[in-house]
Write a protein that binds this ligand. Sequence first.
Ligand code: ADP
Ligand code: MG
Length: 423
Amino acid sequence: MEITKHLFINLSLMIILLFIGLIILEKSKKFSLSKSSVIILFIVTIWLCIQFSYAPVSYARFDLRIIPLVLGGLYFGIGPILVAAIIVLRSLYGINIGFWQTLALYLPLAFILWRLYPWFLKQAPARRICFTICTGMIMGILTVFGMTFKDVPVNLIDAWFAFLFIPSLGIGIISYGIEFVRKINEMQQELIKAEKLKAVEQMGAAISHEIRNPLTAASGFVQLLQDDYLSRQKRKEYLTIVKEELFSAERVIQDYLTFAKPSLETFEELNVKSELRQIINILQPLANQNSVEIITDFSIIGFIKGDEQKFRQCFVNVLKNAIESMPTGGSLYVSTEYSQNEVTIKVKDTGVGMTSQQLERLGEPFYSTKGKNGTGLGMMVVYSIVRAMNGSIWVESEIGKGTTFHFEFPTISIKKLEQTGRV
Ligand code: ADP
Ligand code: MG
């Protein structure tokens, strides 16, 4: 049972590798590997097989290298590369009759796998799995025939069992794993597509609602303005309405444009403190209108990388929401903290707060509780800008008490700033 035992050890090693691979894929949330990492992974597997092979005599090594070879060749089209790797690796263990047999068996196989690869990928998943298993069996049979020629002192029943059963089992398990990952990958792609379509649909709905409504209202009032006998007072009133309606249509377009272009155009060093000061200056009149007192507490330094315009837009949106959440007055705290790796910005209001359901929907396009006065695009823009700046957001809120937004952005190291003379 020596061969069976060794092949089972080989198989366990491969399944452990497969499992580790799956965990890495799951963690990276990508479910796809670059071609070079696939090649490295398969060569390492082949090397492990050869290393842990059964060598009853110095010129023969029995192992499951056929599994990575068949799977790599058929699923990833890297058969010739893997055969070259097998030949090089096998030569390190001695150039003897076993080595020449390896050459004789694997060189034609490299060619066959390479030709089969395009055809193989077009098959249905279940057929692919059956095909790999059959290939494994054929290779197993050839190996045992090779053994008889070489006159290796092994138990032939053991050899037949080991080479018919174990490679096909291993190939079956692993190709099932590969198909599984492929399916998840496809599903993920479809989901992304569906999400995109949904966003486009919602955008269409917004354009008809949020832009068409003010435009219709504005054109209605323009028609009224055409009346020659309209009093000055009325004329002024209508013009104000038209202006407001056009302004609200423009606001939707502005918010949408920022969202549609979330990638940052320029990456410059931003001084968080002075940026926030400027934003607060812009919003001071709005705060005064709502009797909101703005209290700041900024750390001395704090530099981050990002696009100035986008950064301003992001915090204007957040601070505006905070002020709007306190229609009868309150306090707005804006503070920053600086640590070795990140700059934290905290925006705290004493406004109406949000329920947990509202919190969950925050950042969803067109989610607004402000009716005609809101676009529901502000927070969506905030999330997309923060994401583009590699930052993160965390929100706490209690209804009736207020809301706190925590932002974290990676900082620029002080050393680098010293070099550029900024500190
Ligand atoms: P809009 O301000 O146009 O309504 P936003 O995307 O900026 O759209 O905000 C979405 C919703 O999130 C708001 O309508 C409001 O209900 C909620 N919200 C955002 N910030 C706050 C806050 N600081 N306090 C309470 N509610 C908030
Ligand atoms: Mg808003």
